[in-house]
Write a protein that binds this ligand. Structure first.
Ligand code: ZN
Length: 165
């Protein structure tokens, strides 16, 4: 069987999360990473994704043993600890890019002119901001500030950055 190696440090870090890692998928997307997740994904599908270049994340040892080179075993601890470990493991701070991915469907966001999305933006935000992004699938509009302050603080913490970033 052909084996696929993880390209450690690659900019094209693409993840696939098992059914228990919904939060991890969301956190990764928040930081701009491609994180595949579906709440009914089977073990076979996950392993298949790992074979085709995704880094599969799981807490299930038996699943990890099926493809040890491409499936990463996480210990069963809270999601905050898990994401910090993943950030360290893959040096995510180097590649993180907020406002790059839709949180709900993992699609890359596209820049959009604010005139086009005026109806979806609060008045005050429309007045003061110019940078807006849209998800081509669910049409949700994002801007700096979409994510609550607490969430931004979380990202800084996960990535081990200083508070001034
Ligand atoms: Zn979306």
């Amino acid at each position: 069987m052909k084996r696929f190696r993880i390209q450690w440090g690659s900019k094209e870090l693409r993840f696939a999360c098992d059914v228990h890692l919904a939060k991890i998928a969301k956190y990764l997307r928040l930081m701009g990473f491609d994180a595949w997740y579906r709440n009914d994904i089977t073990d076979d599908e996950l392993v298949g994704m790992a074979r085709f270049g995704r880094i599969a994340l799981t807490c299930d040892r038996r699943l990890q043993e099926r493809l040890p080179q491409s499936v990463v075993l996480l210990s069963c601890e809270d999601a905050q600890k898990q994401i910090r470990r993943i950030a360290k493991m893959f040096d995510l701070a180097r590649y993180a890019h907020p406002m790059k991915r839709s949180l709900c469907c993992n699609r890359p966001l596209l820049p959009v002119s604010k005139v086009k999305v005026r109806k979806k933006i609060p008045k005050e935000t429309y007045r003061w901001l110019d940078g807006f992004w849209i998800c081509p699938k669910c049409k949700k509009v994002y801007w700096q500030g979409t994510h609550a302050k607490r969430m931004r603080e979380n990202i800084v913490e996960w990535l081990g950055l200083s508070e001034n970033v």
